[in-house]
Structure formats: structure tokens, C-alpha cells
Design a protein around this ligand. Structure first.
Ligand code: EPU
Length: 336
């Protein structure tokens, strides 16, 4: 176990923030994790996954653990399904590519999402009509306080829209070592999302395979979302808010082109990207902190922005959306 003091995290967070971890250890196995927890039992612990859903605004005190637990393993197969256990440190898209290559379905719509497999359940990652919870079986995690190895079944995780118990009551309490998925051998293609349909029809693909869907999703994401390797960002900065019917009807009168998605619970989901664009932020830039020109929901670091500058921009956007539409936006990104 190698401990690095004052480790720069600039290459370990997709916003590209230059902050330092007081002590830093890379974790390759559960055994290594238990040793680190033994040695540093009194330290404050920070867990870093892919660093793709986090805005670092200051140096990290205590011990920062980078989850690098690898391995993808088939645990069980049925005629139409396959059960797979994946190390928490495996990059999410690497797992998607493995599944596509082996013709295992269920996560093709989640292609090219940055981040690690261990972080994916924390915010129940989702895109193009599919969420992690749809393919999730269970996860294994170590309690950082008691060092116990626990298994969380789907119901224990309390998954919601970009949400789980690991973002609320159990925040910061566990390191997720392994996630178990149920993938399909007999596929159920999900191309209900307009942009996927449109891309496939442009490509003249009538009966898409999971490989086609994955390619279409990659194409759409690349055309809309900035590549963190080129421009620092953490994907959608805010969640799409849900509002009541009365509030929505009032807004519809005032802003007839408002985009909306009715939900089964009677609430209306309104895309935060639309609200932010209407509030005049799309493409705006303050120094190196900006609101992306193609997707207003994504805040970007053009080079040397500080975490605090992105944070201030986010708070100003939040206030102006509140003033114009009476809607409270909530950050999706974790702010440290
Ligand atoms: N819109 C605008 N202006 C913008 C951006 C969006 O008017 O600048 C409108 C679009 O025209 C469209 C609607 O908002 O009518 C929705 O836009 P889009 O399809 O791009 O999706 P989103 O709601 O902005 C969500 C997820 C994304 C996910 C896409 C596709 C959240 C917070 N974000 O974005 O997830 O890729 O749907 O499923 O739910 C992420 O979580 O980091 C992420 C990128």
C-alpha cells in the first residue's frame, strides 16, 4: 500500500480542478482497503471513483481513497440472462464495451457515461430511457467505520431519479467494492428516446441490434456533450426539476414553448437545460468558467477555472432560474 502525500487530483476529476489530497491511497482490493482503514482509523475518509460527478472546491483533508478494484466476472448464466459481478473501480464505459462485445444487453443506452462502476449506483446513472436500477441486482460494500462487508439488494438502495440511499442517509459511509448486474442474452431494445430513433433512421437501420443502439448513443453524446478530455465538465450539473400541475399551467401560459414530461405521480418534469437557456445562460462565460454552448445543463472549465468560480456560476444560475420561473434547481454533481 503506497501512501502519497499532497497528491494533485487534477487528472483525477473530470472538471480538471487543481486541488490536493493530504494523503492518497489507490485501492486495488478489499484487503488493501481494510489495511488502509486499519492504519488510518482516525482519519477523515474521502472516496474518489471516476471523479466525473464531483466539483472539488478545496483541498481534501485526511485520507483520499481511489477505488481501482478491477475485474469483470460472469457469476451465473441462464438461457436468456447472464449475471455479472464487476469491480467498483472498472470504468463504466469499459464495462459497457465488454457487454456489447459479448452481446449482453441492457446497458447499451448507458454507453459513454463517464465514471466508475462503483459510483454508478450512488446516483443511479441514467440516459436515453434507461437507468442503472433496471439492470442492477445487488452490490457489495465495506462500511468505512465498522469495516464490515455488507450486501445491498436493490430494495435496500432506495433508487430514485439520480438518487439512492448512498447519496442521502448513507452518504460517504461505504466504499462500493463490487456491483452485480443482470444482463440479457435475448434483448429488449429501448429506442423510445427521440434522438436515438432519429439517428438510427438517418443511418437507415430498421432492426437495430444492441451494438447499433450503443453506436447511436455514442454519436448523440459526442455531438451534444463536451468531452472532459478536452473541456473540463461533470455532465449535467443540475437535476431536471419536478413541479406541480398548477405551477406548470401558470408557466405554460407565460412561456408557451416550455418543454415538459408528465410523470406517473402527477408531477411535471421540466428540463433544467431549457430553463437555464431561457434564463440567458447558454454559452455564457466568466473567465474560464462557463455554461456550455450546446447543452446549457453542463457547466464547463475552459482551463484554469477554480472550483469556487464554477460554484458561484452555478449558484447565480440557480438564483436566476428561481427568479424567472419560481423553480428550485438542485445540483446533481457532488460539491466537496
Ligand atoms: N434543452 C434546451 N436547452 C439546452 C439543453 C436542453 O432547451 O441547452 C431541452 C432540449 O431541447 C430537450 C430537453 O431540454 O427538449 C432535454 O434535453 P436532453 O435530451 O439533452 O436531456 P437532458 O434532460 O438535458 C438528461 C440527463 C442526461 C442524459 C440525457 C439523455 C439529467 C440531469 N440529465 O439530460 O444525463 O444524458 O437526459 O437521456 O437527467 C448526466 O446525468 O450527467 C447526463 C448527461
Amino acid at each position: 500500500m503506497d501512501i502519497i502525500r499532497n497528491k494533485s487530483l487534477v487528472n483525477l476529476n473530470t472538471f480538471g480542478m487543481e486541488v490536493y489530497a493530504e494523503r492518497f491511497v489507490t485501492i486495488h482490493s478489499e484487503k488493501e482497503l481494510l489495511t488502509a482503514l486499519e492504519v488510518y482509523s482516525k482519519e477523515r475518509i474521502n472516496i474518489l471513483g471516476g471523479g466525473s460527478n464531483i466539483l472539488l472546491t478545496k483541498n481534501l483533508e485526511g485520507l483520499t481513497l481511489k477505488n481501482e478494484i478491477q475485474n469483470i466476472q460472469i457469476t451465473f448464466e441462464k438461457e436468456e440472462e447472464v449475471f455479472v459481478a464487476v469491480g467498483g473501480g472498472v470504468p463504466w464505459h469499459q464495462f459497457v464495451l465488454w457487454a456489447i462485445e459479448h452481446n449482453y444487453g441492457g446497458i447499451e443506452n448507458l454507453s459513454l457515461i463517464p465514471g466508475s462502476v462503483g459510483a454508478a449506483p450512488i446516483q443511479n446513472i441514467g440516459a436515453y430511457g434507461v437507468e442503472l436500477k433496471d439492470v442492477f441486482e445487488k452490490l457489495e460494500a465495506i462500511d468505512l467505520k465498522t469495516k464490515e462487508h455488507l450486501v445491498f439488494e436493490k430494495k435496500d438502495c432506495e433508487f430514485g431519479y439520480r438518487d439512492s440511499i448512498f447519496k442521502r442517509a448513507l452518504k460517504g459511509r461505504f466504499l462500493i467494492t463490487k456491483v452485480h448486474f443482470k444482463l440479457t442474452k435475448k434483448h429488449q431494445i429501448n429506442i423510445g428516446y427521440g434522438a436515438i430513433q432519429q439517428t438510427l433512421s438517418e443511418w437507415e437501420i430498421l432492426n437495430p441490434t444492441i451494438q447499433d443502439v450503443s453506436k447511436a448513443v455514442i454519436h448523440i453524446r459526442k455531438s451534444k456533450l463536451p468531452d472532459p478530455a478536452e473541456i473540463g465538465n461533470s455532465g449535467s450539473f443540475f437535476k431536471n426539476p419536478e413541479i406541480g400541475k398548477e405551477h406548470f399551467e401558470k408557466l405554460k401560459k407565460q412561456f408557451p414553448p416550455i418543454v415538459s414530461y408528465p410523470l406517473p405521480n402527477g408531477q411535471i418534469k421540466v428540463p433544467a437545460g431549457w430553463l437555464i437557456e431561457q434564463a440567458g445562460w447558454k454559452g455564457k462565460r466568466r473567465g474560464d468558467a462557463g455554461c456550455h454552448e450546446k447543452q446549457a445543463l453542463v457547466l464547463v472549465n475552459y482551463g484554469a477555472a477554480k472550483g469556487s468560480e464554477i460554484y458561484t456560476l452555478a449558484m447565480d444560475i440557480l438564483e436566476s432560474v428561481k427568479a424567472k420561473f419560481g423553480i428550485d434547481l438542485t445540483p446533481e454533481v457532488n460539491i466537496w
